[in-house]
Design a protein around this ligand. Structure first.
Ligand SMILES: [Fe+2]
Length: 237
């Protein structure tokens, strides 16, 4: 069985369309990891695209906060400028989101569980019981074991940090799928995780997909979102 994972799309419809085109037909199913809006303007288009193409997914912290009209997106900022920009983007998204998109976000489950060839797969946004925990690759093994202890899955699939990795530990496989719409690993191309489950091996590929970054960077400014996000989109930051 081969599946594709679309992590953190964040309002980037061009990256989503290009990613879908690049992999459709080569996988049995596609799942998204939530965080559909914020930073780029096409939150409603992204939600419509996922629904129209029957792409199931889980709820991210951003979806939860937008659907619930919260004060804060639940994202962590590294400095005061980032915090201010994040607040502007969050307010913009709450103003722009349609009732239909909000309802879609509210309807998303926290987890999707699958089974393939006897392997249990759990798909969630950030961590098994917390949707805004930053789980980077350099966390100590103790932390990975703690997270594994909160799940009965053999393969744990998540995003939220926008930095892809695969880690194998104690027979479990941890896959951060990276981000389709806002990569932060220095590569501005969209990132799609392709997971192939075979009887004797689990293969993971992080496929990078070119798309029209400049069109989205321009739309960010035209639609009144901070230029800060165009600049970061170009750098994959
Ligand atoms: Fe997130």
């Amino acid at each position: 069985m081969k599946i594709a994972i679309f992590g953190d799309i964040h309002g980037n419809i061009e990256a989503l369309r290009a990613s879908f085109k690049a992999i459709s037909g080569s996988v049995e199913a596609i799942f998204h990891l939530g965080d559909l809006g914020g930073y780029a303007p096409f939150v409603n288009e992204v939600a419509d695209f996922l629904a129209e193409h029957g792409i199931r997914g889980v709820q991210g912290n951003y979806d939860d906060a937008v659907a619930d009209d919260r004060e804060h997106c639940g994202c962590r900022s590294e400095d005061p400028v980032q915090e201010r920009m994040a607040a502007l983007s969050f307010e913009w998204t709450k103003r722009r989101v349609t009732p239909k998109t909000k309802a879609y976000m509210a309807s998303l489950p926290k987890e999707i569980a699958l089974e393939a060839l006897g392997r249990k797969i759990s798909i969630f946004h950030a961590a098994p019981h917390k949707n805004n925990l930053y789980w980077f690759e350099d966390r100590p093994e103790k932390f990975f074991r703690e997270m594994a202890g909160q799940s009965d899955a053999d393969i744990l699939v998540y995003g939220h940090t926008h930095k892809p990795y695969r880690k194998d530990l104690d027979g479990r496989i941890f896959i951060n799928a990276g981000s389709v719409g806002k990569p932060k690993d220095g590569d501005p191309r969209a990132c799609v995780a392709l997971i192939e489950i075979e009887p004797d091996a689990i293969r993971v590929e992080f496929r990078r997909v070119e798309y029209d970054v400049e069109a989205v960077a321009a739309a960010i400014v035209e639609q009144g979102l901070p230029e800060y996000y165009s600049e970061r989109l170009r750098r994959g930051a």
